[in-house]
Write a protein that binds this ligand. Structure first.
Ligand code: 8YV
Length: 338
């Protein structure tokens, strides 16, 4: 691993030594440098598994992102020589499915995430996906940029109206709820939701019909939007069987995690006309996208941009720093996952 030290003060052995795996917004890097002994990889590319394995022996904490995979076997090296130095993985992002959480816990490593601060941006992007797909924005832009636009005509690129369509939400956490609010209040959409833990407070339940099973949701929706975490239980939740229960005019939206959808089954269902389209911000094998999706006009494809605003990415970094600070001050970190 090539690393560039971001230290701007002489090495202070009393400050926790932290590996930051990717370049972060300058404001965040400056705040990290002010409080910690920070090293970050010079190349803004995902670290190799061996570099991540080494980091557990060499740093007091690691600040990883979605592109840094920590499978269970990395944590099994706990008693190898030298022993683990790392006590905290302060993840940059709310999703922590790239980290084998139970194995981390078993190795005595705490994992934190950065909820709340990206909720609005991810929900906004979900609405963008819905609009872009139904209003054929990608098709229109591709046509115009390619010089193929011949001018306005009444039947050109007719899409479908988003307002009033029935939305089905899978997973009613912070982001699912923020999407429900936007859809209900901004677009007058009836909202159905299927979630493991149905909220008890009246404000969260307002205007949303909670259904008991996924099977009860699928045949009723015009738009199915995924907002559950990626866990072993939700892997390929949307598989061939689930897709077959959608109505042919329905569309799938995913700004959660690629693992929740069986991408090959989705391509197959689109090819057979079992659903009318998909808008995806996340993929099973990022950055690889199933080739069967790339040339379809009935799909919208974005490169994992859900939280991609300056506001969110700065807040995510500062939230990860707050977790680091609290942990090394001996306080319970606010966003402990395990
Ligand atoms: C992040 C995300 O960009 O927070 C998440 O779970 O998917 C995105 O908002 C990514 O995880 C950063 O590591």
């Amino acid at each position: 691993m090539t690393e560039r030290s971001l230290r701007d003060s002489p090495t202070d052995s009393r400050r926790p030594r932290v590996l930051v795996t990717r370049r972060l917004p300058e404001r965040v890097e400056a705040a990290l440098r002010a409080q910690l002994e920070v090293t970050r990889s010079a190349d803004d590319v995902p670290l190799s598994e061996s570099a991540l394995a080494r980091s557990l022996h060499e740093y007091d904490a690691v600040l990883p992102t979605v592109t840094d995979r920590f499978p269970a076997h990395l944590f099994a090296q706990r008693d190898a020589s030298p022993p683990f130095r790392c006590r905290l993985l302060a993840n940059f992002g709310v999703g922590v499915n790239q980290i084998a959480l139970e194995a981390a816990r078993g190795a005595g490593i705490v994992v934190t995430n950065t909820p709340d601060v990206l909720t609005d941006d991810t929900a906004d992007l979900t609405m963008l996906l819905m609009l872009a797909l139904l209003r054929r924005a990608g098709e229109g832009e591709r046509e115009l940029r390619a010089g193929r636009w011949t001018g306005w005509r009444p039947t050109h690129l007719l899409g479908r109206r988003l307002s009033g369509k029935t939305l089905g939400i899978v997973g009613f956490g912070r982001i699912g709820r923020a999407v429900a609010d936007r859809a209900r209040l901004g677009f007058g959409m009836p909202v159905l939701a299927w979630t493991r833990t149905v909220p008890t407070d009246a404000a969260a339940r307002a205007g949303v019909e909670f259904v008991p099973t996924l099977d009860a949701l699928l045949p009723r929706v015009d738009i199915l939007s995924l907002h559950c975490p990626a866990t072993p239980d939700t892997r390929h939740l949307i598989d061939a069987r689930a897709l077959a229960q959608l109505r042919p005019h329905a569309v799938l939206v995913n700004a959660a995690r690629g693992d929740v959808v069986d991408e090959a089954a989705l391509v197959d269902a689109l090819e057979r006309g079992a659903l009318a389209g998909a808008a995806l911000d996340v993929f099973e094998r990022e950055p690889i996208v199933h080739p069967g999706l790339l040339h379809r006009d009935d799909v919208v494809l974005l490169p994992h941009q859900g939280s991609g605003t300056v506001e969110a990415r700065e807040a995510m970094g500062l939230r990860a720093l707050e977790n680091l600070r609290a942990f090394f001050a001996g306080e319970p970190p606010r966003d402990r996952v395990v």
